[in-house]
Design a protein around this ligand. Structure first.
Ligand code: TYD
Length: 135
């Protein structure tokens, strides 16, 4: 279900010199194994379009904005990310898509696993079938 998908508030320190956000200790529900980021993304670009069998992710709009669609095979919702202090936690077996990138948007992903193509589900019908079988 989409219950586990949630926004995590990242603690920040703000003063007249600017803002500083910190991710440490138990801010995240998993240990970070890998960090990747999307940048120079054309505004009409569509990313994601997959689910993971093992990887848990946190998605952060480090700069600019974009929208994340999350789908559990039954329902879907669209979440706009536009704050560097908000992390969207996505558990395993959730289909995600990302679109509507603003110019200059940077999409940071904190991942719980190393990259392994074998744990991706890249076919939406296969994803829905897996979900149906799992319920
Ligand atoms: P892809 O999964 O299509 O990106 P997105 O989910 O943003 O649409 O990945 C694009 C390419 O990058 C694909 O060939 C796999 C490769 N890749 C890596 O080599 N390592 C990684 O950690 C990631 C996330 C992708």
């Amino acid at each position: 279900t989409l219950d586990k998908v949630r926004l995590i508030e990242i603690p920040k320190v703000h003063d007249e010199r600017g803002s500083l956000a910190v991710i440490e200790k138990d801010v995240l529900p998993f240990k970070i194994k890998r960090i990747y980021y999307l940048y120079d993304v054309p505004s009409d670009s569509y990313r994601g379009g997959h689910a993971h069998k093992e990887q848990e992710s946190i998605i952060i709009a480090l700069s600019g904005s974009f929208e994340v669609i999350v789908d559990d095979g039954t329902s879907r919702k669209r979440i706009m990310l536009n704050k560097p202090t908000q992390g969207l936690f996505i558990s395993t077996h959730i289909w995600r898509e990302i679109d509507n990138f603003s110019s200059g948007a940077v999409c940071l992903v904190l991942a719980s696993t190393n990259y392994n193509e074998a744990e991706y589900i890249r076919d939406y019908d296969e994803f829905c079938n897996l979900k149906r079988g799992a319920v």
